[in-house]
Ligand binder design. Sequence first.
Ligand SMILES: [Zn+2]
Length: 363
Amino acid sequence: MPADAPLALAPALDLALPPEAVALTPRGPALPPETVAPTPRGPALPPEAVALTAVAPVAPAREPVPLDAPLSPFTRARIERTCAEALRGAGALGTLPTPLEALAPVAGVRERLRVEKLPARDDIRDELRERLLGAVWFEQRALFLDERQSLPRRRFTEAHELVHLLCPWHEAVLRLDTAAELFGELSRGIEAEANFGAGQLIFQGGTFAAAARAHERSLRTPFALAAEYGASRHAAAHHYVESHGEPLALLVAGRWPAADGCLPVFRGVESASFAQRFGRLAPLLGGARLAARPGAGAPLAEAIDAARRCSDPVAAELWLPDRGARLRRLHAEVVNNRHCHLVLVAELPRRPARAASARAAAA
Ligand SMILES: [Zn+2]
């Protein structure tokens, strides 16, 4: 394929693990043959008509990825609608985990291939190629997947690629992008959209949120529900916060502190009501660096330390100013999943004060 053939590549900026985590994650054993979808060798790919989107955490080394801008309500609604129609069209509504293979024809997928079958190109560097989790070739309606990912992660990648095919405007935008502009604003927006849509397909619109509402406001809730949806705990936590009706926020930070004792913050997501009340979480906690060394201005340091020795969420208490500059007490949880830290911040439902209820009882 000539280097000047039209090409669009974009990295995953949402649920893909931070670069350090990906580099450290050992590839799992190959899946047994019967669980791998057949990947027939397609016809030779003509070089002149390629538009690819690659799910590849290719952030510049050591630089934390800036926080994704939240999608506009208009875009969210548009993608929710597109995904709901696709689920309905595939007869997949209500079937868990979502049968992604039923969605492929709805998205017009003609071929599903291993990512190794991606045509060679000068400007897909080896470093990028090794990190490709998936790709879409629009003209051939071909979907490429790295089959060595864990099943939940592969499902998310597949759903992400399906959303690129389901959203007609993605092809147009990705065509404008080039490998040299992996972090161009346009492609970042498109990637955030594909990740949001993947959540809509995997978690079936509001189905997950409705199930989660009945349970405690804690990371334990999405973790407990993840398997039923064929999702990773990380993806479930992200969707849990994104779709929650109450004030909740999540930060994803690196696993290892830097020399300054801080964890790099990779991304954050807030529920609509959290954003309305507090704004974005990361700036309230120091921006792109999360203090992990005990001391002033490090309200989560102890929990971060304890999370190293514990697989359950470690609770902490946090005071954060709301938009009116009034300090509010919030519940926090930290999980170290051996790839990164997940930090949940939640406003818990008010409970009647014990003294008040005692007074009421005495009266
Ligand atoms: Zn993508």
